[in-house]
Unconditional design. Structure first.
Length: 261
């Protein structure tokens, strides 16, 4: 399947059969809640899986089966306006109608819940500019973004060699900080409703829906959680309230990790 001609769409990057399978599930969920959205899969192999939920598919050259693969795939975005999602991230509220506003900026993302985790920390950057979570990225295709992604990949490779840094967000943080001095680059920090990290304490602010969930959960809990988050947006929705209402929920938070995203 050749890349789609749609101006806006979702990109999943998956290397390894288990991640391709997860991308299928997330893409199906995204289309359930936003049926008109185009979705492209960049993967290492077709495998023996039903990929009919994707509008287009491409094969990633020389995959490394690491965080590097998604950065490399972003060098060739399938859309003029791309929403990149990790394979465990998916849409639960229509988002297509927001593209004209969000893509006024070159790159839009949310802060990572773990602002500056263990691992490489660029000491030249102030703490008030923490890491962005790279699992949900809105990218406007441009020469500036192409240059930024190329710089991100180069720095990722260098930190991997010099510091054994496997996570990709430390390198993204440095590159974004450097680009804030570039007059041709614009960055939008989105509210956390655009990247609800289910493994960390979360709160959905009063007045807007949760748009994108990011994390693994049992399929049977998804419609219940989506309904809890979005059936009544005129109130705060929190993880504490969720677990009080559903004490048997199998959605597990993780805190004690050497690095957290």
């Amino acid at each position: 399947m050749n890349p789609t001609n749609s101006a806006f769409g979702v990109l999943y990057v998956a290397t390894g059969k288990s991640y391709v399978s997860e991308a299928i599930s997330s893409a199906q969920t995204s289309k359930l809640y936003d049926p008109s959205i185009a979705i492209h899969l960049c993967c290492d192999s077709i495998y023996d899986l039903d990929l009919s939920c994707f509008n287009s598919i491409s094969i990633l050259d020389s995959p490394s089966y690491s965080y590097r693969d998604k950065v490399a795939a972003l060098l060739s975005p399938p859309f003029e306006k791309t929403l990149f999602l990790d394979t465990d991230a998916f849409i639960i509220s229509p988002i297509s109608h927001l593209q004209s506003s969000i893509f006024n900026f070159d790159l839009s993302a949310c802060f990572a819940p773990c602002r500056i985790p263990a691992g490489f920390n660029d000491a030249t950057i102030p703490n008030f500019f923490p890491e962005y979570n790279s699992g949900v990225l809105f990218l406007r295709n441009s020469e500036t973004i192409s240059s930024l992604i190329s710089d991100w990949l180069d720095l990722y490779d260098r930190l991997f060699v010099e510091y054994d840094q496997h996570w990709d967000q430390a390198s993204l943080r440095t590159v974004l900080w450097n680009y804030t001095n570039n007059p041709s680059f614009s960055l939008l920090t989105l509210p956390p409703e655009f990247n609800v990290r289910l493994t960390k304490p979360w709160i959905i602010g009063r007045g807007i829906p949760a748009y994108i969930l990011h994390g693994r959960l049992p399929p049977r809990e998804l419609p219940i959680l989506a309904d809890y988050m979005n059936s009544d947006i005129d109130c705060f929705r929190t993880c504490n309230d969720w677990y009080a209402k559903y004490p048997d929920s199998l959605i597990k938070m993780r805190f004690a990790r050497p690095s957290c995203l």
